[in-house]
Every structure is written in structure tokens, then in C-alpha cells.
Design a binder for this molecule. Structure first.
Ligand code: FNR
Ligand code: 531
Length: 362
């Protein structure tokens, strides 16, 4: 019977356990370049024993970043620093993954501890923001009305996803996640809250996402996992319909080369009743797994080792994403091994630590 500490293989990549760090924006970059904060943050978690590290939402272009302090991977300087970051994650013993993203109508915002609102248009840091339609996300914080993207804009963004994927490959990442969730550009194309186009991209709200996946698949090696984090419902009053539409689109993703889906929320509207709580996304993820028969993962309140372990034992998830718990304890995997009474739990840590932890009991 598989458990949290069973290995997991996807294409040519072998994870030593089923624990992953999901993407968690750090808002610490200058000009999109990984720096000492990122090297320390990610390598400590890699050394803590996690099987897979997915680097935070990384902008495919300057205007695609959530904030000016987000990572990017559109230029050479960024790619070189990502090469160091990917190596440090691998040296720590984890598989190095990265999420590439365009923030769409949620782009160009202040960092959360500065309020997370849109940067005003007259600010020197202001950049044009783009969306499927000229509809702002809200009327309080992300209030700027995006430019309704032309077909040319759409093709440019899809090309940016492709070149970001190429840069990620050259930097040494071996696991790629497309950001198709949380109300960012791709997610917003799938949502009628944001996408009220009358052209093909409005009639078929999955078109942008499927085209982008197919374009990236062409340049991302067949033997490496290509995944997507996808908002499958909003927790508004249309969940049943949205979930069914999402499952139909995930089937098309799978037919076109998607290797795994990370199930999450749409976050395209504030009018939601999200049932926040431990492991609350697991039942929806299990439904996707059953109906699409594709490897699945999810996050959201899975930072208790027994919960995480049960999700694997019960075959609801193939990998568990443990986020904020890693802010508390980068060695979360070791703590989980102890709590779950895994044999020689110290062995999830580097030998420089485990040798002494095994040798001395105090
Ligand atoms: C996130 N999350 C997130 N999700 C994503 O797809 N890309 C990202 O870059 C980020 N960044 C991010 C930053 C911060 C500060 C938070 C708190 C969250 C969502 C994250 O990956 C995860 O799904 C949630 O944190 C829920 O998991 P936990 O924290 O309950 O384990
Ligand atoms: C964290 C966040 C909060 C406030 C402003 C910007 C980002 N987000 C990140 C989201 C998921 C939900 C939490 C991403 O997918 C980047």
C-alpha cells in the first residue's frame, strides 16, 4: 500500500516521496532575478527532505508578473540565476520544478504587505495590464481595467509561455507547471466573470488554455513532466456546471500531452463561499482523478502529516502539496516522517545531519 513516503515516478522523473512544495510567491526579486533570498528559501526546504520543489509563479514577461517584486524568466540574466536556483534545489535532494505564469488583469500590483492593490497608472512602475475582456477584477483593490487582448496580443503571450518554457529547460528545471488557476490570465480566459469576448476565445473559453498547453508541449521534452495548476471551480453558485466544464477541458489537456493536474480554485470573483478547512480541495481532486484518470495533486490545508498520508493511502492524491507549513518548518518532511513512524526518519535529512541525529539521542 502506497503512503506519503512511497516514491512516485512521472515520465522519466522519480520523486523520493509524495511531498511537494507548491509554488509560493516570495515577492523578493529585483527585476525578476532570483537572489540570495530565493537560494536560501528554496534550498533549506529542499534539504528538509521534500520530494519536489515547485518554484513560485514566475513571470513569462515583465507585464506578466503579479508584482514588480516577482520572479521572471524572460531574459538571459534571469535564466542564469534560475540555473543556480535549480541546481541548489537539486543539490538539496529534491526535483526542481517551476510554475510559469501571466497574471493578466491581476498583474502590476503592490506586494501583499503593501496592500496588494494595483499600482496606479501614473506610478513609474505602472505597466499595461491585459485580459480577455475590458473587465476589472474588483472595485476595491485590483480596479484597473485591462486592455481587451487582440489576437496579436494572445499570440504574443502564448509565445512568451513557449520561450519561458525553453528558458526553464535550459536553466535545469525538470518539472514545468503552467499557471492556469487563481484568476490570472489563463484562468480568466476560462471564466465568464472575466471573459465576455464574442470571438472564438469567448465562444470556447478553453481555447486559450489548450492552445497554450499544446504550444508548450512542443518545446518541453516528452520525457519531462508537463503539468498545470487549474482552477476547476469558484465556490460560487455555479460549481456543478463549472466543475463539469473543467473536467471536460482536463480530458482535452490529457489528450494533448498534459502529464498531471494540480487542482485548485478559479479566484475569478470575490463573490464566493469557499469552505476553508483542512484538505477541503481533496474531494474535488478525487473526482477529477476518477473521471479523467490522470495523476493528480492539490494543496490547501494539508500540512498535518496524518491528513497528507491518508490522501495518498486512500488514493485520492498522487502527490500532496504542503505550502505554508514549510514557512513554519522547512524540515516538514522530517517532522512528518517522525509523526508517521517511518523507519529511520532522520534519513530524510542530509547525512551531515542524519549521521549525528542517529548517533546521539540527546
Ligand atoms: C500562494 N499560492 C500560490 N499558488 C500558485 O499557484 N502560485 C503561486 O505562486 C502561489 N503563491 C502563493 C504565495 C503565498 C504567500 C501563499 C500563502 C499562497 C497558493 C499556494 O501554492 C497553496 O495552494 C496555498 O498556500 C494553500 O496551501 P497550504 O498553504 O494550505 O499548504
Ligand atoms: C498570494 C497573494 C496574496 C495577495 C496578493 C498576491 C498574491 N496568493 C497567490 C496566488 C494564490 C493565492 C494566494 C497565486 O497563485 C500566485
Amino acid at each position: 500500500m502506497k503512503n506519503l513516503f512511497s516514491p512516485f515516478s512521472l515520465k522519466s522523473i522519480n520523486l523520493k516521496n509524495r511531498i511537494a512544495l507548491p509554488p509560493l510567491c516570495q515577492f523578493m526579486a529585483e527585476e525578476g532575478v532570483p537572489n540570495d533570498w530565493h537560494f536560501a528559501h528554496y534550498s533549506q526546504i529542499a534539504y528538509g527532505g521534500v520530494g519536489l520543489v515547485i518554484v513560485e509563479a514566475t513571470g513569462i514577461s515583465s507585464e506578466g508578473r503579479i508584482s514588480p517584486k516577482c520572479l521572471g524568466i524572460w531574459n538571459e540574466e534571469q535564466k542564469i540565476a534560475h540555473t543556480k536556483l535549480a541546481k541548489e534545489i537539486k543539490d538539496g535532494g529534491a526535483v526542481a520544478g517551476i510554475q510559469i505564469a501571466h497574471a493578466g488583469r491581476k498583474a502590476n500590483s503592490e506586494v501583499p504587505w503593501d496592500g496588494a492593490a494595483h499600482i496606479p497608472q501614473n506610478d513609474p512602475r505602472a505597466l499595461e495590464i491585459f485580459g480577455p475582456s475590458a473587465i476589472a477584477f474588483d472595485d476595491k483593490s485590483l480596479t484597473r481595467v485591462p486592455k481587451e487582448m487582440t489576437i496579436e496580443d494572445i499570440k504574443k503571450v502564448q509565445n512568451d509561455f513557449v520561450s519561458a518554457a525553453k528558458n526553464a529547460l535550459e536553466a535545469g528545471y525538470e518539472w514545468l507547471e503552467l499557471h492556469f488557476a487563481h484568476g490570472y490570465l489563463a484562468s480568466s480566459f476560462f471564466s465568464s466573470y472575466a471573459n465576455q469576448r464574442t470571438d472564438e476565445y469567448g465562444k470556447d473559453k478553453g481555447k486559450f488554455l489548450l492552445e497554450t498547453l499544446k504550444a508548450v508541449r512542443e518545446v518541453w521534452p516528452e520525457h519531462l513532466p508537463l503539468t498545470a495548476r487549474f482552477g476547476v471551480l469558484e465556490f460560487d453558485d455555479k460549481d456543478e456546471e463549472t466543475l463539469e466544464e473543467s473536467i471536460e477541458l482536463i480530458k482535452k489537456f490529457k489528450e494533448n500531452g498534459l502529464d498531471m493536474i494540480s487542482v485548485s480554485m478559479g479566484f475569478n470573483t470575490l463573490n464566493t463561499q469557499i469552505p476553508w478547512g483542512a484538505a477541503f480541495m481533496v474531494p474535488f481532486t478525487k473526482k477529477v482523478k476518477n473521471e479523467v484518470n490522470i495523476p493528480v495533486t492539490t494543496a490547501w490545508g494539508l500540512g498535518q502529516s496524518a491528513l497528507a498520508n491518508n490522501a495518498i493511502i486512500n488514493e485520492e492524491l498522487d502527490i500532496v502539496m504542503v505550502g505554508k507549513a514549510h514557512f513554519v518548518n522547512p524540515h516538514w518532511t522530517y517532522q512528518a516522517a517522525k509523526e508517521l513512524r517511518i523507519e529511520k526518519p532522520e534519513r530524510v535529512l542530509p547525512v551531515q545531519y542524519s549521521f549525528w541525529l542517529e548517533k546521539y539521542k540527546v
